[in-house]
Write a protein that binds this ligand. Sequence first.
Ligand code: SF4
Length: 271
Amino acid sequence: MITVISLGAGVQSSTMSLMAAAGEIEPMPDCAIFADTGWEPKVVYRHLDWLTEQLPFPVHVVTDGNLREQLVARSAGRAGRFLTVPFFLKHRNDAHGIGRRQCTSHYKVEPIREKIRELLGRPKGPVPAGSAEKWIGISVDEVIRATPSKVRFEIDRFPLLKKRMTRADCLGWLRRHGYPEPPKPSCIGCPFHSDRMWREMRDQRPEEWADAIEIDKLIRRPIDRPGASSLRGEQFMHAQRVPLDQVDLTTYEDRGQLNLFVHECEGLCGV
Ligand code: SF4
């Protein structure tokens, strides 16, 4: 059996990896695997490089294409597999919806699974049940995300849940050990971004904000084409269903209102 870390490079999986490196979670993993969508913020790639240097086991970076390029290709009408991102939909009758989420499975889950198969020497064909233990960095405050593996050769394990650690506990552990706070990994144009994340991007990473605006404009078109009848309408990156550069990102406080919603969405992809 091999032990691998599913490395999203966020707070939880970074903490879990560093705790394993320090011997606080056993056994020592054989490796960590990071699935790259090709569209993460630069700060995430920098953090990944830093983290790789801290760990005594290898970090494999795997990819199955570039999500941004796929969105550009689709908008230009070029052939290729159409993988949907859960963008916000405004249908022609003004009804609202959300697209199917195929991106996580295609860009994250499957490439990691394929790498595990490769490491087991079984790139094709059946793999004996229980051949790999995969650690996933889910903390107690996200327990709803902990689900059993969908394939028999992988056994999913959640070391942070076993230790009853919250996200705040992870941040505390990192601080006590002198490690920096990891950035939030997710695609630049992920529709799961909270308004706070969009504001940070707009104010602190203007190049990435401009990139998201550019792609947000491009995703408006493809679903109007023949063959996409079930999705007739328009896609938007933000729930307000207006172009990203027109979204109202002011805070409750900016509008002179009391903010009772202190918990922002944590997103769903990289942990
Ligand atoms: S971060 Fe968002 S856009 Fe990227 S793969 Fe995950 S759900 Fe899809």
